[in-house]
Design a protein around this ligand. Structure first.
Ligand SMILES: N[C@@H](CCC(=O)N[C@@H](CS)C(=O)NCC(=O)O)C(=O)O
Length: 152
């Protein structure tokens, strides 16, 4: 089984409680759109193979890589922060007061941002939601620091 979003939706269909997507189609579309900002707009251009190409084939140094990485996370987070702030369906989590598909994609991207020392101050809603997620045992257990096979 491949592709994060397909895997997460498979898990949601296989283990329907608690649901990662709400019932109403418009709410489902909202959550999928938030998740896709991370999975389709931010992550692919910051993936390891892209960073390796920039370093090894284009000859850029670590500072340039960090600049590239943070630029694209910041662009995505600016969009996400605005969408979260301007929508009354945002609650303790991306949608309401239970974690869902959008939170599942957002949290690892915040972890990546922290790894590259991106200033998160301009994104108070994203930061608040991230902190709410990390209070939950399931999110804390999934943190890269808690994976025995983590590579540097
Ligand atoms: N679109 C894929 C991306 C998977 C992916 O590329 N994962 C990263 C780790 S987060 C990876 O394997 N990177 C290795 C590389 O880029 O060579 C998905 O959502 O599952």
């Amino acid at each position: 089984m491949i592709q994060s979003l397909a895997i997460v939706e498979y898990l949601d269909e296989t283990y329907p409680e608690p649901p990662l997507l709400p019932k109403h189609p418009a709410d489902r579309a909202r959550i999928r759109a938030l998740a896709e900002i991370v999975a389709c707009d931010i992550h692919p251009i910051n993936n390891l193979r892209v960073l390796r190409y920039i370093a090894h084939s284009l000859g850029h140094d670590e500072a340039a890589i960090a600049s590239w990485y943070n630029h694209w996370i910041a662009a995505g987070f600016q969009a996400l922060e605005k969408l979260l702030v301007e929508d009354s369906r945002t609650g303790g989590f991306c949608h309401g007061n239970a974690p869902g598909l959008a939170d599942v994609t957002l949290v690892p991207q915040v972890v990546n941002a922290e790894r590259y020392r991106l200033d998160l101050a301009p994104y108070p809603t994203i930061t608040r939601i991230y902190q709410s997620c990390m209070q939950l045992e399931s999110f804390a257990a999934a943190h890269p620091d808690n994976q025995p096979d983590r590579e540097a």
